[in-house]
Structures are given as C-alpha cells and as structure tokens.
Write a protein that binds this ligand. Structure first.
Ligand code: NDP
Ligand code: 2IT
Length: 444
C-alpha cells in the first residue's frame, strides 16, 4: 500500500465519526501523491504525513453560563491547536449548534495549509462551540463569551495561539472575549484578531475575506483569458464573507444576483443592494424576508436554490458541503465559468470533481478565502508594533497577498503536471512549506 493510502487509513481508524475531517484529509492527501512520489522513503522515515494530519493538541471544555431566565446553560467547546510549524496557531472560533470535534478538526487542518499560502508566519488552529447565538440577547452573548474565555485564556496568547471570528463570531463576540482576556491576564496584546477598530482591530479585517475572494477570483479569471467586469455572480450566505464579497464584486463591475441564509434565499436580478443587506443582517440580525420587503426587485424563496440561477460565477460563502452535485450540474449546464470557495469546503467532493470535469475553473477555499486570515496576521503585526495602518495600506497588502497566493498555486499545479488544477496547487504549495518547516525543527 502506498504511504498516502496507509496514512489515510490510519486517519479514518483513529478519528471515527468525523466525516468532514476525513473528507478534508482525503482531498489533501490525494493531491499530494505526485509530491510524495518524488521522495516517499524520506517522507515516510520522517512521518511527515502522520504528523501533519494529527493535531499537536486538542482541548475540550465545558462552558457554563446563565440565560435571561436565570437558568444555567452548558455548552461543549473546543480548541484544536493543529500545527505551529510556521508560527503561532491561528484560526477562527465557530459558534453554531452543528459544531463538534470533527468539524473543528477539519477546519483546523484546512487552516494549516491556508495560512502557509498567505506567506505570513502563522500556524493553524480552530475553535468553537455548539452554542447557538441565534435569538440570544446581547447579555446572553456576553455571558457565554466571558465564560468561554475564562477557560480558553489559559491556552492562548499573542505568541502562542491567536483566535479570530468565523460563523457566529464577529466583532461583537471578539470584543467580549477580548475584554474578558484582558481582565483575566492584564495583557493588552494581540491575542485575538477581528477586534473593533477602537480596541486595536485592523482596517479591512471586516471586509478581508470577501474582498480577498474577489481579488483571487479576478487573478484566476485573468490568467484564463476572462475578466470580472460585466459578469453575473451567484453568492450563497448572507454573513461576513458573503456581504463583503458582494460589495467588492459590484465595485469591480460585476452584478451579484443572489444570496442566502439557513432559512431561504434571495433572487435580485437588479443586483444586490449591499447597504440594505448590511442593515438587515449586520444591524438588525433578522430574516432575509426583511430584505425582500424593502426591495421591489427582490424575490424571497424558502429553502435552498441559489445555484440553480443562471450565472457566470458562483461564490459559495455560507458553510461546508453546501454546493452539491446537483448544483454543480446546474451551474455547468447554465454556462458558469468559475466557482471560488468563500466558505471552507463548501463544495462537496463529487461536485468539485464534476466541475473540473466540465471545464469550470475552481478556486479552493484554502486559497480563495485566505484574505481573512491574512489580514488577521496584519492585525497581529500592527498590535505587536503598537501601530495602526490606513485602510488603503492594508487593502494594498491584501491585494498583493492574494495575487501572490494565485501565483503560488498556479505554479505548483504546473510544476506537478496539473496546470489549472488550483485545488491540487494549493494543497501542494501549502504542504511543501509546512513540511520544510517541520523538517528544519526536527522530531517535535
Ligand atoms: P457568518 O456567521 O457571518 O455568516 C454565515 C452565513 O452562512 C449566514 O448567512 C448563515 O445563515 C449561513 N449559514 C451558516 N451555517 C449554515 C448552514 N448550516 N446552512 C445554511 N446556511 C448556513 O459567517 P462567515 O461569513 O464569517 O463565514 C462563512 C464561511 O466562510 C464559513 O465557512 C467560514 O468558515 C468561512 N470563512 C470565514 C472567514 C472570516 O473571516 N469570517 C475567513 C475564511 C473563511 P444564518 O444567518 O441563517 O445562520
Ligand atoms: O477560516 C478562516 O480562515 C477564518 N475564519 C479566519 C481566521 C483568522 O484567524 O482570521
């Protein structure tokens, strides 16, 4: 049996009931075959694949908090410190009822390669809880965040592990967590990113994932003889990534005609009104029906359906495994030329295979959504230097980083005989960097 297959079997055996983690590992290991073939004996001797698929540390803890009726609630929480090979563990905190250890491990694993691609010195980690922020009062959110940090603060630090936002965790939650960290430790350090501007956050962090997604998509289109301006785009999700992806797409001359949340989706053929979407989702935190009620060109549909709409480009920006084989078939049949992942692993393995078989350009999340964590790393730099850069400075750095990521994944795909296979290129380029750092540091 090949080294790759042996390690994959071990991952399945040792991590039962974690299908998303298996999926993420399979996708990476499978595309590393040509790399491993060039030096299997040495990779095997150094146990590089065993180590890169096994988190350095996994923390599980309970989070008790008091709800508005005075009852005690308890949630499960996780922090997976996956790899510190190239820097402090870095990755978001997801607050969603679907969160479990396997989900956090898949996200932490992806983060290791993504962070390597940014070219910045950050390792990979992820955390979260099955706490559901939906429908909670501001006081309940604060109570949860403070209790969560009361335990987590023992294991994180500006030079060890730096969490940030993800699904259900935005500037409000990061603010409460940061306040509690400071109170417990007395340290005003860059221990969390995605902070509000007033307490040490970076300009562009809020916009970074969505903006970066469009910068990367633009590079990919350009390299393949297309341009973004004039294109019609279907976006899924209506959160942080989706909103700023829509904003940047429209700034660059494209038209965004859909977005969605967990209850339904909007078709707006006139082009999304981003200011209205922000009021509905960021300020009022309410249903998308409120968007349709205030915009005559918009139609609200219950359930899922974003990818059945005819578009040139699809940007899935909600959650894992949301773009299914049937969606891939509909997109290809409708003449879609490119899919870029704003979310982490939103395209199922079967859908990704179908898209590449149909000649649809595909940018994997590790590369396409790396703008968020890249600007997080820039926030860490500003915090460490006690400086504050301007919006333009950070935005320029973000554009350069995304263009560097495209060059890296494009070259790696070519070098290993798979030109245009950006998923393989991202896995290979990220892996080579992390593996080299692991070797330099010996058996740790
Ligand atoms: P938000 O919580 O801001 O928004 C998430 C959006 O996706 C909401 O519209 C939500 O709908 C929808 N959604 C979430 N879970 C589900 C589900 N199970 N089924 C259907 N819809 C769902 O999160 P973000 O925008 O920050 O994150 C979106 C994706 O991007 C995630 O995969 C995340 O890991 C990834 N990502 C985020 C980065 C960041 O900087 N924030 C960076 C890189 C990647 P509803 O409001 O109804 O819950
Ligand atoms: O998936 C991701 O890259 C994030 N949620 C952002 C992580 C970060 O540390 O900014």
């Amino acid at each position: 049996m090949s080294y790759v297959d042996e390690v994959y079997e071990r991952v399945i055996r040792e991590n039962p009931s974690q299908p998303e983690f298996h999926q993420a590992v399979h996708e990476v290991l499978d595309s590393l075959r040509p790399v491993i073939d060039r030096g299997e004996a040495a990779y095997r001797r150094d146990a590089i694949l065993e180590r890169i698929t096994m988190p350095e540390r996994q923390l599980l803890f309970r989070v008790p908090w008091v709800d508005d009726s005075g009852s005690v609630q308890v949630n499960n929480a996780f922090r997976v410190q996956f790899s510190s090979a190239i820097g402090p563990y870095k990755g978001g905190i997801r607050l969603h009822p679907s969160v479990n250890l396997g989900i956090i491990k898949f996200l932490g694993f992806e983060q290791v390669f993504k962070n390597a691609l940014t070219g910045l010195p950050i390792g990979g980690g992820k955390g979260g809880s099955d706490f559901d922020p939906k429908g909670k009062s501001d006081r309940e959110i604060m109570a949860f965040c403070q209790s969560f940090m009361t335990e987590l603060h023992k294991y994180i630090g500006a030079d060890t592990d730096v969490p940030a936002g993800d699904i259900g965790t935005g500037a409000r939650e990061i603010g409460y967590m940061y306040g509690q960290y400071k109170r417990l430790t007395g340290l005003c350090s860059g221990v969390l990113t995605g902070k509000g501007i007033a307490c040490g956050g970076s300009p562009v962090r809020r916009e970074a994932t969505g903006y970066g997604l469009l910068y990367l998509t633009q590079e990919m289109l350009k390299a393949n003889g297309h341009q973004l301006a004039g294109k019609t785009i279907a976006i899924s999700g209506a959160g942080n990534v989706a909103i700023y992806a829509a904003q940047k797409a429209q700034q660059l001359g494209a038209k965004v005609i859909t977005f969605s949340d967990s209850a339904g989706w909007i078709y707006d053929p006139e082009g999304v009104d981003v200011a209205l979407l922000r009021r509905v989702k960021e300020e009022r935190r309410t249903s998308l029906t409120a968007y349709a009620a205030e915009r005559s060109s918009a139609v609200y549909h219950e359930g899922r359906g974003v990818f059945t709409v005819k578009c040139d480009i699809a940007l899935p920006c909600a959650t894992q495994n949301e773009l299914l084989l049937c969606d891939a078939k509909a997109l290809a049949a409708n003449g879609c030329i490119a899919v870029a992942e704003g979310a982490n692993m939103p395209v199922t393995a079967e859908a990704a295979e179908y898209l590449s078989g149909s000649g649809v350009l595909f940018a994997p999340g590790k590369a396409a959504n790396a703008g968020g964590v890249a600007v997080s790393a820039l926030e860490m730099s500003q915090n460490a230097q006690r400086l504050h850069w301007t919006f333009e400075e950070v935005d320029n750095k973000l554009q350069n980083i995304m263009s560097g990521i495209f060059t890296a994944i494009d070259s790696a795909a070519r070098e290993y005989g798979m030109p245009g296979n950006y998923a393989a290129g991202a896995n290979i380029a990220g892996f080579l960097k992390v593996a080299a750092a692991m070797r330099e540091q010996g058996v740790v």
